[in-house]
Design a binder for this molecule. Structure first.
Ligand SMILES: [Zn+2]
Ligand SMILES: [Zn+2]
Length: 395
């Protein structure tokens, strides 16, 4: 059986896959600056004998590779992102980041190595394929506007029938695979408010418009949006993440204040309501106290909408491939992920692969300086990609 051979080759190549991941881990590059990373990927795809390779796809260093099967059939796209974060690594390992202040702290090095390992195997098995595999090596997932949207606009998935992505998940046990129905991530927006009051002496509050207390009123009042104004059966999160005002001395009333936060929603009407209320409530409060406020509301990535039909199909293969207790459903999260743009255009799904080592009780979260993965998850990620190929491209 062809698929058994693919899996054997993937396993045989595992130490090489790990070496690729460690190389990428040592030389991480932040979003939109992944010059060496994209070159590394391109050279590998060329060496494997991938049929078509497009570089500089979208608004950065995106790469699209294609393996065209011997037999006609559908086209399946597989995505791995490859950017790192501006985080200073605190994990001591022989392959610790050599780029100061930059780290693969989200596992994108693992996604990339796993997808490359699949390209290497499948380039040798075009005869087995009824259809085409498109490899989406995506730049800049971590920083808005992201790379996915522009890759879609640049035609990366024009000829594609279904699209799949995976993300390692360090909070879940290694070798476990998770599928999600419906929403996988949230509309992820952010906002900044600048309050302009009138500073002055702390002993003369009546001659000031205290930006700090006005800002406090705004923060408190806006807590009512999610608890009182949005439909309780439609998820929403409004979190404040920063408040800066005054601080020059104990007796100076703040002239201005800056407040930052994030808004997460699944439904367009809720998103719109929160944006509107952020504006009107903060303006009314500022006005009431003779100050003014400027609100910048920035729309981020839309929410991932998985296609039930494709989840059904892949789930069946996963359950036939792995032991039953290793494959399960995982609820979507209110996090953001620009894979959503691929799913806005084509059906497909976003899967998660556990990456927490067996001897670790609670893993450090993604984006943490001590974030780490169990590299066994790279092999499992490759096997998941092969299961997707098996589902769509074998007869
Ligand atoms: Zn991340
Ligand atoms: Zn990520």
């Amino acid at each position: 059986m062809a698929v058994a051979e693919w899996k054997k080759e993937l396993t045989d190549n595992f130490s090489e896959t790990v070496a690729w991941r460690r190389h990428l881990h040592q030389y991480p590059e932040p979003s939109f600056e992944e010059i060496e990373t994209s070159l590394f990927i391109k050279e590998k795809l060329e060496a494997f004998g991938v049929d078509e390779i497009r570089t500089n796809v979208g608004n950065g260093y995106g790469i699209v590779g294609k393996i065209i099967g011997k037999h006609p059939g559908p086209t399946v796209a597989l995505r791995a992102d490859f950017d790192a974060l501006r985080v200073t690594e605190e994990v001591d390992s022989p392959f610790k980041s050599k780029h100061a202040g930059i780290m693969h702290a989200c596992g994108h090095d693992g996604h990339t190595a796993a997808l490359l390992s699949v390209a290497k195997v499948m380039a040798k098995h075009k005869d087995d394929l009824h259809g085409t595999i498109v490899f989406l090596h995506q730049h800049a997932e971590e920083v808005i506007p992201g790379g996915a949207k522009s890759m879609v606009e640049d035609g990366a998935i024009n000829d594609v029938d279904v699209v799949f992505g995976i993300h390692l998940d360090a909070s879940q046990p290694v070798n476990h695979v998770f599928y999600t129905y419906d929403f996988g991530s949230a509309n992820s927006d952010s906002f900044t408010m600048r309050i302009q009051g009138k500073g002055g002496h702390g002993a003369d509050p009546h001659n000031t418009h205290d930006a700090l207390t006005i800002g406090s009123q705004i923060v408190t009042a806006l807590q009512h949006i999610v608890s009182r104004l949005t439909d309780p059966v439609k998820p929403a999160v409004l979190s404040f993440a920063g408040f800066q005002a005054g601080g020059e001395a104990n007796n100076i009333i703040a002239d201005s204040a800056e407040i930052k936060g994030t808004v997460r929603t699944l439904h367009g009407d809720v998103q719109q309501l929160i944006e509107t209320k952020l504006q009107t409530m903060s303006q009314s409060i500022a006005q009431a106290f003779d100050a003014s406020v400027e609100v910048d509301y920035m729309k981020g990535y839309p929410s991932i909408q998985n296609s039930s039909k494709e989840v059904d199909r892949v789930k069946e293969t996963l359950l036939n491939t792995f032991s039953k207790d290793e494959v399960s459903h995982l609820d979507g999260s209110m996090g953001g992920e620009d894979f959503a743009y691929f799913l806005q255009k084509k059906p497909g799904a976003f899967l998660r692969v556990g990456a927490k080592a067996k001897d670790v009780a609670v893993a450090y979260p993604h984006h943490h300086p001590k974030f780490d993965i169990d590299e066994q998850s790279l092999l499992r990620s490759g096997e998941v990609f092969l299961a997707i190929i098996e589902t769509y491209l074998t007869k």
